[in-house]
Design a protein around this ligand. Structure first.
Ligand SMILES: O=P(O)(O)O[C@@H]1[C@@H](OP(=O)(O)O)[C@H](OP(=O)(O)O)[C@H](O)[C@H](OP(=O)(O)O)[C@H]1OP(=O)(O)O
Ligand SMILES: Nc1ncnc2c1ncn2[C@@H]1O[C@H](COP(=O)(O)OP(=O)(O)O)[C@@H](O)[C@H]1O
Length: 434
């Protein structure tokens, strides 16, 4: 592929996202079942965070993970047979809503009988969204205030109404489970249904922050948020228009690789100095040429003139790259108590332009953030080995007949609220850019 082709492809994707232009759609059919070699590793799936998984009468009910990038979900109930029908129909349909939906759900590879631990079962084979992740952080977010389908018994309706009630009433979604590898030490923490059922109010936001590894002082990694939001906005747009489906008790599955985030932060010196595992020695950070115009510099070298280009400084003899401690000792701190006519202006400039930041760091962050979002926007296939969101669990999905066609408000409201939280978290990271 030459550069021109890449450029044209990127442009097309960005236009699609921002202006809603429809691209000619490649017809994507169900893929053949991937070849499982006879010695293929098939094991209980460790990164399952919600859903059926306990063992009943000696029978394991959870997902299996294969070493070829797929997971196998057992078909144990009538509702899961409905999920098979859902995947079959969506993967072959011409309906534009369903064609678009194929981008937001795991790839479907058919069904297969398999004997695990002495028990034979039918399984749906799906793309493993955590494939190749070294430290998969996974969160299951069940969407909608109503989590029962039209065929639910009164008993099931009562059970569903009583679970996660506070969270569903307030946010129109709930969090049945998540797992996170801590950036600071690689430790795995799992949060299950019991934890999820207690969440309400601000605790919900804190749980999301914990999942994003942003509960500490360092905050959430902006590039990670952008990665998620790029896909969430597409899903939100789809949900606000699609009339083909009613989705009860489906989930958003968020996945990202903590190892990748850690590497990205370290490479860009984003949080490096705040993470214990990568702390450089004190004084090891160097100032860039741009950071010479710090508040200290402004105090001692400020010429007393402000032009359209900003404050004017006296010429500095040489640009030092000595460690921070040494640089500091060679400047006189500004007299903050001074009543100089410039002190108020300088104060304002300090607030607005944050002179005391390292601009190389800032540029790195800006570049990284834009690269991440451009990569995501220009790719039709989100890269699962970094971070993405997909819709999963279609055991209670119902296709609308033509005369029923309408937006699914229950699903849409849940998505809107979830996206809003991510947008708020993104705003909290604005200082990483502006
Ligand atoms: O209580 P039940 O029987 O409705 O079981 C729920 C399952 O319903 P099903 O067995 O398919 O009828 C239900 O499955 P669905 O999402 O309805 O497919 C969930 O696994 C639910 O757990 P949670 O709400 O995600 O914490 C399960 O709820 P828990 O009781 O495990 O919390
Ligand atoms: N395609 C997938 N890739 C990776 N993990 C998955 C995938 N599908 C499901 N999971 C994991 O399995 C869990 C349960 O899946 P789900 O389809 O909701 O099952 P259930 O019908 O038992 O509720 C999810 O929370 C997630 O952790």
């Amino acid at each position: 592929m030459n550069d021109e082709t890449v450029r044209v492809r990127r442009q097309r994707s960005i236009y699609q996202v921002h202006y809603g232009l429809k691209k000619e759609v490649k017809k994507e059919m169900a893929k053949p079942i991937p070849y499982l070699n006879p010695g293929a590793d098939i094991t209980a799936y460790n990164s399952q965070v919600a859903g059926h998984r306990q063992t009943e009468n000696n029978k394991y009910l959870g997902l299996l993970q294969c070493n070829n990038g797929t997971v196998m979900k057992p078909i144990l109930q009538e509702s899961q047979q409905r999920e098979v029908d859902f995947y079959k129909r969506v993967s072959t349909s011409d309906d534009p809503d369903l064609v678009e939906l194929r981008k937001y759900i795991p790839k479907y590879f058919g069904c297969k009988k398999y004997t695990y631990d002495g028990h034979e079962n039918e399984y749906i084979i799906l793309e493993d969204l955590t494939v190749r992740m070294l430290e998969p952080c996974v969160m299951d977010v069940k969407i909608g205030k109503r989590t029962w389908d039209p065929l639910a018994t009164p008993d099931k309706i009562e059970r569903e109404k009583s679970k996660y009630a506070a969270c569903k009433n307030e946010y129109r979604f709930c969090i049945p489970g998540f797992q996170v590898f801590k950036l600071s030490n690689g430790q795995l923490r799992k949060y299950g249904k019991d934890y999820g059922k207690k969440l309400q109010g601000q605790m919900v936001i804190e749980a999301i922050r914990t999942y994003l590894n942003g509960a500490g002082e360092s905050g959430v990694c902006r590039a990670l948020l952008l990665q998620f939001l790029a896909q969430l906005w597409k899903i939100q747009r789809w949900a606000s228009r699609q009339c083909a489906l009613r989705l009860y008790a489906t989930s958003l599955l968020l996945v990202y690789d903590a190892e990748r985030v850690r590497r990205c932060c370290r490479d860009n010196d984003l949080f490096a100095f705040k993470l214990k595992c990568t702390s450089p020695a004190p004084g090891a950070r160097r100032r860039s040429i741009h950071s010479m115009h710090s508040v200290e510099t402004a105090g001692s070298n400020f010429s007393g003139q402000i032009t359209a280009k900003g404050p004017q400084y006296k010429r500095v003899q040489s640009v030092s790259t000595t460690p921070l401690g040494l640089v500091q000792s060679s400047f006189v701190p500004p007299n903050t108590a001074s009543n100089s006519p410039w002190s108020e202006a300088l104060n304002k400039l300090h607030h607005n332009h944050s002179f005391d930041h390292n601009y190389d760091d800032k540029l790195s962050k800006i570049k990284m953030n834009y690269r991440a979002v451009l990569d995501q926007l220009s790719s039709d296939e989100p890269t699962p080995n970094w971070g993405t969101v997909m819709i999963i669990d279609f055991a209670h999905a119902f296709f609308n007949d033509d005369d029923e066609a309408a937006v699914d408000d229950n699903f849409k409201e849940g998505i809107d609220n979830f996206v809003r939280i991510f947008e708020t978290l993104l705003r909290e990271t604005d200082d990483q850019v502006f």
